[in-house]
Write a protein that binds this ligand. Sequence first.
Ligand code: HEM
Length: 452
Amino acid sequence: MVPENERGPIARSYADLQSLGTLFACDDRGIPPGSGLQAGIALFRAGEVAMVNLAELAGRATADAAAGRPIVLLRTVRWMVAIARAWSELAWRIADMAPAGAPADADPGPRIEALASPNWARLHAAESGLATGVRAALAGLHARDDGTGDRLAQLLLRYVMLERTALEYSALAGFGGDYEALVQPGTIRAAVAERELRGRTVLMQFRAGHQMPELVVAAANDHIAAALAHLENRGYGEALEVMRRLDRLLDVAAVLMNVLADELQTAEYHQIRENLGLTSGSHSVNLHFHLMRDLLPSLVAAVGAAPPGGSALETSVLATIRALTRAADRHVDRWRLVHLNLPRNNLGAGETGTRSLTGSPDALLAVTRMREAGLARTAHPPGETSFRATDSGRGVLALAELEQELLAAVAARTQDRFRDVQQRTGRFAAEPEFRPPPIRRSSRTRPRKDQG
Ligand code: HEM
């Protein structure tokens, strides 16, 4: 029987919480792992997660406007802006996944475009309702003359421009095929809709903050495996092409973390926390295990050990591969630094013994140490720098003292509200069911003939 509280089901595992089974249920037989097509499809699918979220949020905003709840309406529209920004960031990078090397003036051929998605049609319909509802709300807010009308108008204008950008750039040429058959928006929609709670919560957006990076990082991992296989065969030119796309994928994976870091508020997270069960992003096979533990360190080691190029061209290609590997490493460190703000803002200070859902004795310290461990696993430690973002030393920043007070207040609030989590009682007395996956030994993967 599925455990429940008054809001709904309690997740049994991270994969269950994020609906990873459904999210990765698309039939990808025609899509070679590590190819430009795979990278493009991953970006489109993450964009589909955004579109499905936006349609739901547009419906909620319409209801808020009709109910005369302007502050709630502003909050909903802020979430729309955050998700639309993520969508546009994904879309910017889609064009980079087209086959490289075609002359700039060559006809790019047929394109697949998100405009063909049924999820876009749903979003369009939801926004038609929003347009009608929000006009009346805006008129009322402008009459209040306290700036909230301007704020709502500004958010709406920002949102629409982000949407325009995302739509224009959600197009990929050079592969042919049918958008729906390749991207499979119905499956993505099912994954977003699969889990919900009663009442108004941010569970959907919280899941989107995981589902979008899961999709992108799964493709990034296949790219690292492909690059490793090419490097093993001294196929530096092929490895470079794969690494170029990897750079774009990991870059956007880091950017996607901003959705929750910027938008998720402590009370919103606390409202859904019990329903997250004994889960953690550190149970993400794609992110924590395959990318951070297995593949990225393997790539750094393989690039470091690659024999020098035989020709001047090979030498310069290898130098670019080295630079892209360092960038990949930095994207993951960037990811970690943005992620740190989630336990900061939602669980509170380190050294207060605020436990994570999985029982880490001090959540923020655990995440800080994961950064240190991650840096130690790769060959690009920052070295001797005069300032480290994760040193809590108070001497350098004028706001550090205030920062500690704010973090301590969140910790006190978290510990007080989640006594079962702290004391490992009730639902939290059990151990997480999660078992780490076997190491992904990428170097055994051989490049396929059809890989770009
Ligand atoms: C409110 C939101 C979040 C909080 C409070 C949070 C908290 C934590 C904590 C405390 C850990 C340390 C392990 C543990 O004690 O369980 C952790 C690790 C991790 N989390 Fe999150 N997290 C949040 C959101 C996310 C998101 C959106 C993702 C992305 C998909 C994510 C992915 C990860 C990963 C991959 C690790 C391991 C990091 C590493 O290896 O360096 N988390 N998180």
